[in-house]
Design a protein around this ligand. Structure first.
Ligand SMILES: [Ca+2]
Ligand SMILES: [Ca+2]
Ligand SMILES: [Ca+2]
Length: 227
């Protein structure tokens, strides 16, 4: 085998080194390491190169807060509360993306990492045990319509939602950012309890350029030894 062929063989073996793993990407448990209230979105894999932003609230009503009543009778406490505007108690149809009561954070995927998103899951309830009807909706910046829109349940029950993300919009994401967006509203105040947000995906790690150079160098060394 000549040098050129050996290097080509080595480079093609790099595809074996590239790892494909289903992984936790980001989440919010509304807790810090000590169990105190903390709404900061968590980076669930410090080594994947993907970073996680803080919350932002593009509408006129929005915000994440904490409410002692939200924690009562809930094993996942602390639980967060999304501030929503007063609206109809009927959940929006999927084509009617709300323009207020918006709560979002994003992930930034660097150019040397490729991510296929696979799911978003979260628990929710109305931020009341009373009769006011409240709803929660969700989509991502990759969507035109809502992916989810439901009237929620009264405290202290929780509805656990897991939304599969599959197909072209969620696949092969690289050198880009994706927003994860929750909308809240309803009767009385429109506030919604939320907890245990988890975003999952499959990461295709691309070998560092330094790994390529090392492989080429060892190929040259092997050829020289043979000679
Ligand atoms: Ca929690
Ligand atoms: Ca946390
Ligand atoms: Ca990360």
């Amino acid at each position: 085998m000549n040098t050129k062929k050996l290097i080509i063989a080595g480079i093609s073996s790099l595809s074996v080194l590239a790892s494909t793993n289903a992984a936790l990407i980001a989440g919010v448990d509304f807790s810090d390491a000590g169990g105190a209230n903390d709404a900061t979105p968590d980076d669930l894999n410090a080594g994947d190169g993907i970073t996680v932003s803080t919350w932002s609230f593009p509408g006129s009503t929005g915000g994440v807060s904490f409410d002692t009543n939200a924690n009562t009778g809930r094993v996942s406490a602390p639980v967060g509360k999304l501030n929503g505007p007063v609206t109809s108690g009927v959940a929006p149809v999927l084509t009617a993306v709300p323009t207020d009561g918006i709560h979002q954070f994003s992930i930034a995927i660097p150019a040397n990492v490729t991510l296929d998103l696979t799911s978003v899951s979260f628990d929710h309830s109305m931020a009341t045990g009373g009769a006011n009807s409240r709803w929660i909706a969700f989509n991502t910046s990759l969507d035109t319509d809502l992916l989810y829109s439901q009237v929620s349940v009264a405290r202290p029950a929780f509805t656990s939602t897991s939304l599969p993300l599959s197909g072209a919009p969620y696949t092969g994401l690289s050198g880009t950012t994706v927003d994860f967006i929750w909308y809240a509203g309803g009767e009385g105040s429109g506030d919604i309890d939320i907890d245990t947000i988890v975003i999952e995906g499959t990461i295709v790690a691309i070998p560092e350029p330094s790994a390529l150079s090392l492989l080429a160098l060892s190929a040259f060394a092997l050829i020289r030894r043979k000679r």
